[in-house]
Every structure is written in C-alpha cells, then in structure tokens.
Ligand binder design. Structure first.
Ligand SMILES: *[C@@H]1O[C@H](CO)[C@@H](O)[C@H](O)[C@H]1NC(C)=O
Ligand SMILES: *[C@@H]1O[C@H](CO)[C@@H](O)[C@H](O)[C@H]1NC(C)=O
Ligand SMILES: *[C@@H]1O[C@H](CO)[C@@H](O)[C@H](O)[C@H]1NC(C)=O
Ligand SMILES: *[C@@H]1O[C@H](CO)[C@@H](O)[C@H](O)[C@H]1NC(C)=O
Length: 438
C-alpha cells in the first residue's frame, strides 16, 4: 500500500507542490477566520461570566505542549473554571431508545457463540492485549456473553455493522482503554474485508483502518486527557507530570470534527494527583495545580462545550464510554486474600459488585455533564458490567516493554496488568453494545 503511494507521488511533483501550497494558504486563512470568530465570541462571553472561562482556540504563538514542556513556576489554583452554556436550546431528555436497561444484567457462559472473533486471525492485534499468544491457557474469559436482565442484546452481525458504517468515519478518541476497544472493533470487522481492500496506517496520533469496498474508516485518536496536554504523543509521553491546557480541545477537535460516529473516553489518566494547568493566557510557562478529579471536570467541560456547539445529533452520533474498572486488590472480592487479578479465571457473581478503582464521585460528575448534553451524547455505561470481569485482564499474559528482573518474575502479581483487557474479551462486548445503539 505504502509503495503504491510513493510511486504515484513522484510522478506529479509540480502539480502536487502547487496543490499543497494552495491548501496551506486555505488552511491558514480558515484558521485565522476561526480565530476571529472566537475572539469576538470571547468578548461577548467576558461581559456575562464571572470567573468562568470559555474554551478557546489558542493562537499560533502559543507553545505547543509536548513531553519536553515544563512548568517553571507553579502558583496556587485561582479557581478559574470552564463554563459552557448551550446557546441554542434546552437539551431536553435523552430519548430512551428502549425501556430496557441493557447495562444491567449478568455474564452467561456461552461456548457456542463466543468469542465473536479469533485472536490469531486478526493481523492488527496488539501485543498488549493478545493474552492467548502470550501464554494464557485458561480461555474461558473469551466465552462470556453479556445478558441484560430485561431483554436481549442485538446479536453481533458484521455485515449489518459494515452497512451502518458505509461511507462513514467511525473514530475512537481517548486513552489506551479506548485504543483496546478500537482494536477489538477492527478485529471484529476486518475478517470480511478482502486483504487488498483493507489497510492500516502506521501508528500515530491518529491511526486509520480503511475498508475500501465500504468507503469507510475505523480510526483511533490518542487524546488521553481530551484537552491539549503534554501527553499527546501516543508513544513518547510522560504520565508522571501531566500538564494540560484546560481551555483547549481544539488541537484534538481539528482531527475528530469530521468523523460521523465518535466514541470518547477519559478517566485513568486523571487518577493521579496533581495535574498542572497551563491556561492559554499564560505565556511564561507558569502553571496552576489541581487534583486529578478537578482537572478531569475541566476537561469534560471544555469537551462538552465543543459538543454543544458542533454536534447535530441528526447527522453525528457521539458516545461516551464510562470508566473502565481495574482489579488491583483481590481482597475487595475475596476478603483476606493478598493478590490482584493475577490467576483469576471467572467473573465475580455478586450482583452490583463495585470495586475501589471506579470512583463514584467521578461517575456523578460525568453523569452531570452528559445529562446536560441531552440527546447529543449517548452513554456506554460499561462500568458495572466490567466490574464483574476480574478474569478479563491480561495480568502477565502480554508483552511488557521494560525487562523484568528475577524478583518480579518470581512474583507474577507484582507486574500483572489488571487495567487493560484481553481481546477477544470484554471490549468486544462494549462494541456489541455500541452496535446495539447505532
Ligand atoms: C446479518 O445482516 C445482513 C444485512 O443486514 C442480513 O442480510 C443477514 O441475514 C444477517 N445475518 C444474520 C445471521 O442475522
Ligand atoms: C466516501 O466517503 C466520504 C465520506 O467519508 C465521502 O465524502 C465520499 O463521497 C465517499 N466516496 C464514495 C465514492 O462514495
Ligand atoms: C518559563 O518557560 C518558558 C518556556 O516554557 C520561557 O519562555 C519563559 O521565559 C520562562 N519564564 C521564566 C520566568 O523563567
Ligand atoms: C452508570 O451506571 C451506574 C450504575 O451501574 C450509575 O450509578 C451511573 O450513574 C451511570 N452513569 C452514567 C454516566 O449514566
């Protein structure tokens, strides 16, 4: 695929250059007029709001945050918050697609119809998620079906899914959990596309799976904190010091704005305190500091402001995936024990089980934001159903990037991954829920 491209390119150098020049000028002009509109908008807002800032488009002069960005002074948090109002209408109630709550149910062992795809048959599998390839022998984790209490989930049908995606861009935006869901989706979908009609772009900020015969793409945009941050490179980022521009989603929004179906998530990157804020008005590398949860609320508000102003639910579908649970402490489901998810082979059966990894006040905040957005966003509330799946994580059955010393190897729980999910597995069911609502 890449070879074909480069051959074509070299055949029309001058026309290509001219075209690029015109496009560059057009983009510049477009950016400038957007900037003007926003400046006017900000002026209008300023008179009516107190201590609330509107998310804005940073000017070209602003330093782009990356892994080298530092705060050279950290001040106390001034209390500035991101505010947004829907300029058009009261969002009203989210229309319930059906009366049944599909997120309330139980896991049923189903050896005949699950898994929905085979790990070894997906050329795009990630070594972080391919548990079977990395030596996991107990494979029951692939065979659980989610059964809502009051109804049935739509059966996964790959042809029907492709028909829904025909001529469209489906884009996942978020962190590595969301990337796992994207890989699950690509693996669920790719098997019916002839090899010469499918392609995957190299891993980057935006990575694109293409199916030519449906003129459709399934894409992943790395944006773990939703707003612009120093962690926006999918490979070279630092979790240790997170610096965000709480008032700017535009760097990412420019990439996601033309997608037809958008799936967002964010949560785990906010679990560590503190988060540094670099407001767009700060030129001197000076930051403020807040707790992770406060940072997440600001980011959600900046995101919600974009949704409010840019999403027409009749032409664009937007989903938000709630927090993905971790299983770090086995004493939470097995009192007295000392491990984590390592060695777990079965789901938790206790109805409504909820572990300490899923923060309830964060869920309330998210619910508040999503309720205000009304029909513009649908919720994929995967938290409770995934809470049951202590058996679904890779634990030691994945590739680890750093070498492991003998001490750790002797104690598998010490390096177990109890955060991500094996594929095939739990993320396939998240995608089945998405399919159910599309
Ligand atoms: C899957 O969907 C296609 C297209 O909508 C339909 O023709 C086919 O019968 C479905 N298959 C099953 C097993 O339901
Ligand atoms: C393919 O889809 C894009 C939208 O993603 C659309 O603009 C274009 O016209 C489509 N092309 C064909 C040949 O249908
Ligand atoms: C802080 O860092 C920025 C670059 O991030 C630099 O331009 C600025 O001069 C620095 N300010 C001070 C007071 O050192
Ligand atoms: C998701 O479901 C839980 C119950 O499992 C509920 O408490 C929470 O409010 C829901 N979250 C959203 C955003 O709807």
């Amino acid at each position: 695929m890449s070879q074909r491209w480069s051959r074509k390119k070299s055949r029309l150098p001058l026309a290509g250059l001219l075209f690029m020049l015109v496009v560059t000028i057009m983009i510049r002009y477009y950016e400038r007029s957007i900037q003007q509109i926003h400046n006017e908008h900000n002026l209008l807002e300023a008179s009516s709001s107190f201590n609330f800032v509107k998310p804005n488009v940073p000017g070209n002069k602003l330093e782009v945050l990356d892994r080298f960005s530092r705060c050279n002074a950290t001040r106390e948090y001034s209390g500035k918050k991101i505010g947004w109002v829907d300029p058009y209408e009261d969002p009203g109630q989210r229309t319930e697609i059906e009366k049944c709550d599909v997120f309330s149910g139980k896991w049923v062992f189903d050896h005949s119809s699950y898994p929905l795809h085979m790990e070894s048959q997906c050329p795009y599998m990630s070594d972080q998620l391919a548990c079977q390839k990395h030596g996991r022998l107990d494979l029951d984790y692939q065979h659980w079906r989610w059964q809502p209490h009051a109804c049935n989930l739509k059966r996964w049908n790959v042809t029907e899914m492709w028909e829904k995606l025909r001529g469209k861009r489906l884009m996942f935006v978020g962190d590595s959990l969301n990337r796992g869901q994207w890989i699950s989706m690509v693996c669920l979908l790719q098997s019916v596309i002839p090899p010469d009609k499918q392609s995957m772009s190299p891993n980057a900020h935006l990575t694109i799976f293409r199916a030519e015969n449906y003129n459709a793409t399934v894409e992943f945009l790395w944006a773990p904190l939703l707003v612009e941050s120093n962690s926006d490179d999918p490979v070279n980022h630092r979790l240790a010091e997170r610096i965000i521009r709480p008032d700017s989603v535009l760097k990412h929004a420019s990439k996601w704005q033309h997608a037809d179906i958008l799936i967002f998530n964010t949560y785990l990157w906010w679990r560590q305190d503190p988060v540094k804020l670099r407001w767009s008005s700060e030129e001197k590398g000076s930051c403020e500091e807040v707790k992770g949860a406060e940072g997440m609320e600001m980011a959600m508000n900046a995101w919600a402001d974009w949704i409010t102003n840019n999403v027409d639910p009749n032409s664009k579908r937007v989903f938000f995936v709630t927090m993905s649970p971790t299983h770090q402490l086995s004493r939470e489901w097995n009192p007295g024990s000392k491990g984590n998810c390592y060695g777990e082979k079965n789901p938790i059966e206790e109805e409504s089980y909820w572990g300490s990894g899923s923060d309830i006040s964060t869920m309330k905040m998210v619910k508040g934001v999503l309720d205000r957005l009304g029909p513009k966003v649908s919720v994929l509330n995967i938290t409770q159903l995934s809470e049951y799946r202590k058996d679904g994580h890779p634990s030691v059955y994945r590739k680890f990037w750093e070498p492991l010393n003998q001490d750790r190897l002797n104690n598998p729980a010490s390096y177990s991954d109890c955060t991500h999910w094996c594929v095939p597995g739990v993320p396939d069911v998240w995608n089945q829920l998405l399919f159910h609502f599309l």
